[in-house]
Design a protein around this ligand. Structure first.
Ligand SMILES: *[C@@H]1O[C@H](CO)[C@@H](O)[C@H](O)[C@H]1NC(C)=O
Ligand SMILES: *[C@@H]1O[C@H](CO)[C@@H](O)[C@H](O)[C@H]1NC(C)=O
Length: 354
């Protein structure tokens, strides 16, 4: 035995330690935080703290959340960022930045700047007086300052660099703004012109957060918007089928987002922007609900399921079991749908960050 055996023993220990630390980091420690930008698809309650009607911090919202809490998530329970955070071995829900119940210690492992009703376009946020995307970025800058003050530059910069950023936004630009109000339609008479305007805004947004240190980003484009119960409700001539024009528009816009993703990854060194497209999986769920364990795909669980959301959702007129419904209200998926979509996105697009 003697010197050589000892050295071999140390070597074996070293390999073992190395192996176990690298395997533990691949089971969740590589991403220290989930940081969220976007609209109601990912808002965990920021709108509770601003004067807007675009809210959901009351019953029946949140009835399947921990303790049945209506948090301001537009869901009966958790939403996609919560499931993604949990799957990355972080916490079970991502708190809203404006919620005074949380502080920078909490936000160090996850924070949400999203605001229901917002869009890429400033004018979209003005419709319901919610937080415009530029202001989400201002809050993110403020967060960075607080994080550096709390943890020191080195640790804070590591979190900012290694965090997984989730961006989900754009539906409201079309449905709440372009196709509802005349202003942008006058300015951009052809919808493709408006699409290009939004793509330009998206590009500026990504360059800005890249400049601020964000690297790992998941971008979710538009869902099949024509299949949202609210849009089906008015599609009377086609027997409440999905509105194909809106679905085609979503496909077209997502295609442009895809090109933008390729371009930015080429232009910006170290940028890892992932085109985490949820269109196909959502369409599959809507077209074949029973394959995923659902019974109803054309209307939401709350009220008649055709037009209610927010204040119009009455707890007295809400379905009993939201997990049978693809949609919780006329515009937003049920918790179960969010879970299925999140699992799909993690497996298909986000696993490489783990
Ligand atoms: C955050 O709040 C927790 C308890 O709610 C407290 O223990 C902690 O000290 C706070 N952290 C900061 C940085 O204020
Ligand atoms: C949106 O509003 C912000 C703040 O007023 C402004 O700085 C920005 O230039 C606006 N964006 C566009 C595209 O008009």
């Amino acid at each position: 035995m003697g010197g050589k055996g000892y050295a071999l023993w140390l070597f074996i220990i070293e390999i073992f330690v190395h192996f176990s630390t690298s395997s533990s980091s691949s089971s969740g420690n590589k991403v220290p935080a989930i940081i969220v930008f976007g609209d109601s698809s990912v808002d965990s309650g920021n709108n509770n703290f601003i004067p807007t009607i675009a809210r959901s911090n009351f019953e029946p919202y949140g009835r399947d959340f921990f303790n049945g809490n209506p948090t301001g998530r537009f869901s009966n329970g958790r939403i996609a960022p919560d499931f993604i955070s949990e799957a990355f071995g972080i916490k079970q829900s991502v708190p809203a930045y404006l919620d005074p119940a949380y502080n920078i210690s909490d936000f160090a492992s996850g924070v949400c700047f999203a605001s229901a009703g917002t869009g890429y376009d400033n004018a979209t946020a003005m419709v319901a007086d919610v937080i415009p995307l530029w202001k989400e970025v201002e809050y993110y800058k403020e967060y960075q300052k607080k994080l550096r003050a709390h943890l020191g530059d080195e640790k804070a910069n590591e979190i900012i660099r290694e965090a997984l950023y989730l961006v989900s936004i754009g539906t409201n630009d079309f449905l709440e703004n372009y196709y509802t109000l005349p202003e942008r339609r006058c300015e951009f008479p052809i919808v493709q012109q408006y699409e290009d305007f939004l793509i330009g805004l998206a590009e500026s947004f990504f360059k800005e957060i890249y400049g601020l240190g964000a690297r790992k980003i998941s971008l979710t484009g538009l869902p099949p918007m024509g299949c949202l119960p609210l849009e089906r409700a008015v599609n009377i001539l086609e027997y409440h089928n999905c509105v194909e024009d809106y679905n085609n528009l979503a496909l077209e816009f997502n295609g442009k987002l895809g090109w933008l993703v390729t371009k930015l990854n080429k232009d910006l060194p170290g940028f890892q922007l992932v085109d985490a497209n949820a269109y196909d999986i959502i369409l599959q769920i809507v077209k074949h609900p029973s394959r995923f364990g659902f019974e109803v795909a054309d209307t939401g669980c709350c009220g008649t399921g055709r037009f209610e959301m927010g204040f119009l959702c009455d707890p007295k007129f809400t379905c009993e079991d939201a997990s049978k419904y693809v949609f919780w209200d006329a515009f937003h998926p049920s918790e179960k749908t969010s879970q299925i979509v999140s699992n799909y996105l993690i497996k298909k697009y986000l696993a490489k960050f783990r």
